[in-house]
Design a protein around this ligand. Structure first.
Ligand code: SF4
Length: 320
């Protein structure tokens, strides 16, 4: 399966895209995902029938058809292979990566549930440049209910991935709005950052056919606070001690001056999609009409002002 924008970019379907994806997103599956993620309609435990992941449609193509057109591509700077949680998919992954490497010279990211160290080495040797193992839910108690997985197992796999791929070449996805507190998300991002793992933020999106289809997306102010927290920890290397939380785990203050906060906010980079280089995931979490959680291209100056307003009160001197 290819994300709609990727399929348009490769000329496999005709259509219009608002923002061109700079990464071509593939979803590699066999009989159906055995995972039990409550937010995803691809799980065999979901009601099924959906071709969506997050807000995006994913039409299906044969591998050969895709490889033929990949050679002609001009849009993309990276390939992202997202994997269904199935033993056969993990087994065939090195072979698939080999096919991509024969068809194009783009760097390849793989996003998958935990692999054994041997499997990680095989995909690295086949040509994968980066490995992402999504944690998704930042609360260790909720994670087994939401994903059917244990936080420790995923963290152990991420640690092994850093050994195999190197610091900065391993990532994890966090979905904001799965019942975690802001403190859960900030502490986890800090831990990942310290271990050489790049966290990437998504906003929970209810998708028809998933167990959480009736749940609500996160409040925008909360999401903005998590974006600035990620920016300060990952891009600016700030210490965890600058974050102040209330008793409910809500981020209520940052020990940075208003002037510094303004400087960091300027340009809007903290609002952009971040993860692997050149990953922009246009409209994965949002309608084209907005509101926009993650910007796929730099926000305009007139978009920044109201967002800055949402964050007033966080920096030192703003706090009452
Ligand atoms: S950050 Fe982007 S390119 Fe990297 S694994 Fe996640 S979706 Fe794929």
């Amino acid at each position: 399966m290819l994300s709609y924008g990727s399929a348009v970019g490769l000329g496999l379907i005709k259509g219009l895209v608002q923002v061109k994806p700079t990464t071509a997103y593939f979803y590699f599956k066999n009989n159906g995902c055995r995972g039990s993620c409550a937010f995803c309609p691809q799980s065999t435990t979901a009601q099924g029938g959906s071709k969506r992941i997050a807000r995006v449609d994913w039409p299906e193509f044969s591998i050969d058809e895709t490889m033929n057109v990949l050679q002609n591509d001009i849009w993309f700077r990276r390939i992202c292979i997202q994997c269904s949680d199935e033993p056969m998919v993990k087994e065939q992954l090195p072979q698939l990566i080999g096919k991509f490497k024969k068809s194009c010279e783009l760097p390849i990211s793989v996003s998958t549930s935990p692999l054994s160290r041997e499997q990680m080495e095989k995909i690295r040797n086949a040509g994968a440049e980066r490995l992402t193992i999504p944690i998704d839910c930042a609360n260790a108690k909720l994670l087994p209910l939401i994903k059917g997985k244990d936080m420790k197992d995923i963290l152990n796999a991420l640690e092994a991935a850093v050994d195999v791929f190197g610091p900065g070449k391993v990532g994890s996805h966090l979905i904001i709005g799965l019942g975690e507190t802001e403190m859960d998300a900030v502490l986890l991002m800090h831990q990942l950052q310290k271990e050489g793992i790049v966290p990437s933020l998504f906003a929970f999106t209810p998708v028809a056919g998933s167990r959480m289809e009736r749940s609500v997306p996160p409040n925008m102010e909360k999401y903005r606070r998590m974006q600035i927290a990620r920016h300060l920890l990952v891009e600016k290397g700030q210490d965890i001690s600058i974050f102040n939380f209330d008793l409910e785990g809500r981020l209520v203050g940052l020990d940075i001056s208003s002037a510094e906060f303004k400087r960091i906010f300027e340009g809007g980079d903290m609002l952009m999609v971040h993860g692997c280089p050149d990953c922009n995931r246009p409209y994965f979490n949002e309608r084209i009409t907005g509101p926009i959680y993650n910007y796929a291209k730099m926000p305009e100056a007139n978009e920044l002002l109201p967002i800055e307003g949402e964050l007033v009160g966080l920096a030192k001197g703003d706090q009452v």
